[in-house]
Design a protein around this ligand. Structure first.
Ligand SMILES: NC(=O)c1ccc[n+]([C@@H]2O[C@H](COP(=O)([O-])OP(=O)(O)OC[C@H]3O[C@@H](n4cnc5c(N)ncnc54)[C@H](OP(=O)(O)O)[C@@H]3O)[C@@H](O)[C@H]2O)c1
Length: 302
C-alpha cells in the first residue's frame, strides 16, 4: 500500500541485540568504545569488585581510577601524594556508589609491598593496574645511578612484585585482570631516554608473556602502550609539548582505551598515529627506528 511502511520491528530488534560495531581500524587490538550498560556490568563482574591502581594521584593512573569508578569498581588508590589520593577518593565516592582505600606508598622502597597488602588482604581484588612510573631524559651517564635504580624499582620491580602477589589470587577466583602501563617507548631503544625505554620494554614483555600464561585461567593481561600523553610526567622531564611532532592524547582517552582492551590482544596502542608509527617501527631496521627516536627526543627536550 502506498505510504505504508514495511514492518521492520523484528529486524530492528535483532539488530539492536547485536553487540555494537567496532569502528574501522587497521589495528586488530582496537577495543570497542561502545560501552552499553550490560557490557559495564560484565566488566564489573569480571574485574570487580575491587581494583588496585598504582600511580593514581595524577595523569593516566588518575584517569584510569576515574573510569573504573564510573564502571562501579571499588578502588585502592596508591601513590606517594596522599593529599591528592584523598581528594580523588572523596570525589569519586561522592560521584559513584563506590568504596575507596587510600595507600600512601613509595613503590621504589623495599617496604612497599606489605604497605599495600595490609590494605588489600581483606578485599576481593579483581584488577591490578600497574601504572605508576616515571622517566628521565638526557644522557645515560648524566643521571646518577641511584636515580636509575629508583626508576628500575618503580617501573619494573614494583609491577613484577605486585603481579606475582595478585596473580595467584586472580587465578584462584578464575577471573580478573592485570593492566601494565608500558609505552610506545618500549618498541625500540630510545637514545637519551635509554633506561626509561628499557624499563617500559620490560613491562611490555612481562605483560605479553603473562597474557598467554594466565588466559586459560581466566585472567586477562594487557600492556597499555600510550604515545605522548598530556600529563605531568613528560613536562617534569623537560618535554616541550609544542615540539612533539605527533599529536598528544588526553589521559582520559588513553585510560578508556586501556580498560576496554582487557580481554583482547596483549598489546594495546591508543591513537591511530601511535598505531601507524608502531607498524612503521616493525617495518624498518631497528637501528633506523632507534636513530629516529633519538633525534626526536633531542628535539622535544631542546
Ligand atoms: N605521559 C606520557 O606521555 C606517557 C606515555 C607512555 C607511557 N606513560 C606511562 O604512564 C604511566 C603514568 O605516567 P603519567 O604520564 O600519567 O605521569 P604522571 O602524571 O607523572 O603520573 C605518574 C604516577 O606515578 C606515581 N609514582 C611515580 N613514582 C612513584 C613511586 N616511587 N611510588 C609510588 N607512585 C609513584 C605518581 O604519584 P606520586 O608522585 O604521588 O607518587 C603518579 O601518580 C607511567 O608508567 C609512564 O611511564 C606515560
Amino acid at each position: 500500500m502506498r505510504g505504508s511502511r514495511p514492518d521492520t520491528s523484528k529486524s530492528c530488534a535483532r539488530r539492536c541485540r547485536r553487540p555494537p560495531r567496532r569502528p574501522f581500524s587497521i589495528y586488530p587490538s582496537t577495543p570497542n568504545p561502545c560501552y552499553a550498560p550490560s557490557v559495564k556490568s560484565d566488566f564489573l563482574q569480571k574485574y570487580g569488585p575491587w581494583a588496585v591502581v598504582t600511580g593514581a594521584s595524577s595523569g593516566i593512573g588518575e584517569a584510569i581510577a576515574r573510569e573504573l569508578a564510573a564502571r562501579g569498581v571499588h578502588l585502592v588508590l596508591c601513590a606517594r601524594r596522599k593529599d591528592r589520593l584523598s581528594a580523588l577518593a572523596a570525589e569519586l565516592t561522592g560521584l559513584h556508589s563506590i568504596q575507596t582505600r587510600v595507600v600512601e606508598v613509595d613503590l621504589s622502597t623495599d617496604t612497599f609491598l606489605p604497605t599495600i597488602t595490609e590494605v588489600t588482604n581483606a578485599l576481593d581484588v579483581g584488577l591490578l593496574v600497574n601504572n605508576a612510573g616515571f622517566g628521565d631524559k638526557g644522557p645515560f651517564i648524566g643521571c646518577d645511578l641511584t636515580e636509575h635504580l629508583r626508576m628500575l624499582h618503580t617501573n619494573c620491580r614494583a609491577p613484577l612484585m605486585l603481579a606475582h602477589t595478585f596473580a595467584p589470587k586472580l587465578i584462584e577466583r578464575g577471573r580478573g585482570g592485570i593492566l601494565f602501563t608500558s609505552s610506545t617507548a618500549a618498541f625500540q631503544g630510545i637514545p637519551f631516554a635509554s633506561h626509561y625505554a628499557a624499563t617500559k620494554g620490560y613491562d611490555l614483555q612481562l605483560a605479553e608473556g603473562l597474557w598467554y600464561e594466565l588466559k586459560p585461567q581466566g585472567v586477562d593481561v594487557v600492556a597499555l602502550c600510550p604515545g605522548p600523553t598530556d600529563t605531568e610526567g613528560p613536562r617534569r622531564t623537560g618535554v616541550n609539548p609544542a615540539k612533539v611532532p605527533i599529536s598528544t592524547m588526553d589521559a582520559k582517552s588513553v585510560a578508556e582505551y586501556g580498560l576496554n582492551a582487557l580481554g583482547g590482544n596483549p598489546v594495546a596502542v591508543p591513537g591511530m598515529t601511535n598505531r601507524l608509527l608502531h607498524t612503521l617501527v616493525k617495518l624498518v631496521p631497528r637501528r633506523v627506528a632507534t636513530a629516529v627516536s633519538g633525534k626526536m627526543i633531542q628535539r622535544v627536550t631542546s
